[in-house]
Design a protein around this ligand. Structure first.
Ligand code: NAD
Length: 340
């Protein structure tokens, strides 16, 4: 694999990482990917069964906080780029047990940044010969910006105001990435993306939970009044945005990625029920909507997120291919097979 550029992908057995891996390996033949993933409860090799045998991919079970391991991978494979997905990602878990979020999201990102800097650079703002194009792409979330009122959009200039331990840990990691650009001149790019949905998302997340509980005849839980708004993006469109930011983004820049698909949680639940009514009607002929149940709101629940994606659209020609209604059809079909 000497002729190929080697990329360290972290968290490639999770939801977005695994979708990215299949997208990227299909599209490019000039990269070799080392995929390091700890396989926490959120990651599984079932997400990458096809990719495991791909000639341009090697899976390594490991922790991004393990500096020795990361240094070893850099030395062994002469890593020339990082695309960093690995994180603790579930807000509810961060409320119950924030510590692991601090460890993985903050310390883990720091470890990767620092090993990359040491391997690629000989001093501040000075890359070693042959490493000039090495890039660190950090995958982050729009939740770092906090919550919006009924109007307005997050732009790349919106001040950070994270409200959950999850978003605070991601905000801290973004700041570390930023500092490695400004202080050391590390070639970094950050993407801040809105809520993803699609194939292979973990069972604990909103959309898989709605589908699973519906077809298992259980209550479909919706927080608060159901009017919290998220800006939904089909995961493959996120992958395209990361691809463009990785290849064409400007060093030190941030790109917001979002599909201009703001939807209330209650709309999401009803829409999924309608699709299920069509494809897997309930035995009693009633709608799945009857199973929707409002539950006590999540503490610190952000009311609304919405992304202004103008920068990535204009500068990198990114365009989402799915709107929520087309993407959710595909997603529901996939989960219907998974949950039977
Ligand atoms: P996920 O929870 O599905 O996957 C995370 C992966 O990281 C898992 O495979 C897990 O095993 C691995 N991991 C966790 N801790 C690790 C560690 N210490 N060392 C190595 N691997 C570890 O998450 P996701 O939804 O795929 O999110 C991926 C990234 O995208 C995260 O950084 C998240 O903040 C960001 N993001 C997610 C969304 C979303 O809607 N899901 C939106 C915007 C940004």
């Amino acid at each position: 694999n000497k002729a190929k550029k080697t990329i360290l992908v972290t968290g490639g057995a999770g939801f977005i990482g695994s979708n990215f891996l299949s997208y990227f390996l299909d599209k490019y033949n000039n990269y070799y990917i080392i995929n390091v993933d700890k396989l926490t409860y959120a990651g599984t090799l079932d997400n990458i069964t096809e990719e495991l045998n791909h000639k341009n991919h090697r899976f390594v079970k490991g922790d991004i906080c393990n500096r020795e391991l990361i240094e070893h991978l850099f030395a062994e494979h002469n890593i020339q780029a990082i695309i960093h997905f690995a994180a603790e990602s579930h807000v509810d878990n961060s409320i119950e047990g924030p510590e692991v979020f601090i460890r993985t999201n903050i310390n883990g990102t720091f470890t990767l940044l620092d090993v990359a800097k040491t391997h690629w650079m000989q001093g501040p703002h000075s890359y070693r010969k042959g490493y000039e194009n090495c890039r660190f792409l950090h995958v982050s979330t729009d939740e770092v910006y906090g919550s919006l009122g009924d109007t307005g959009l997050f732009t790349e200039k919106t001040p950070y105001a994270p409200n959950s331990p999850y978003s605070a840990s991601k905000a801290a990691s973004d700041m570390l990435v930023r500092s490695y650009y400004h202080t050391y001149g590390l070639n970094t790019v950050i993407t801040n993306c809105s809520n993803n949905y699609g194939l292979k998302q973990h069972d604990e997340k909103l959309i898989p939970t709605i589908i699973r509980n519906a077809i298992q005849g259980k209550a479909i839980p919706i927080y608060g009044d159901g009017k919290n708004v998220r800006d939904w993006l089909y995961v493959k469109d996120h992958c395209l945005g990361i691809d463009l930011a990785f290849h064409q983004g400007k060093a030190g820049e941030t790109y917001n990625i979002g599909g201009r698909n703001e939807r209330e949680n209650i709309y999401i639940a009803k829409k999924i029920c309608t699709i299920l009514d069509k494809h897997r009607p309930r035995a009693d002929g009633q709608s799945y909507q009857n199973q929707i149940t409002y539950v006590t709101d999540r503490p610190g629940h952000d009311r609304r997120y919405a992304i202004d994606a103008t920068k990535i659209e204009r500068e990198l020609n990114w365009l989402a291919s799915e709107n929520f209604e087309s993407g959710i059809e595909k997603t529901v079909q996939w989960y219907l097979e998974k949950y039977q």
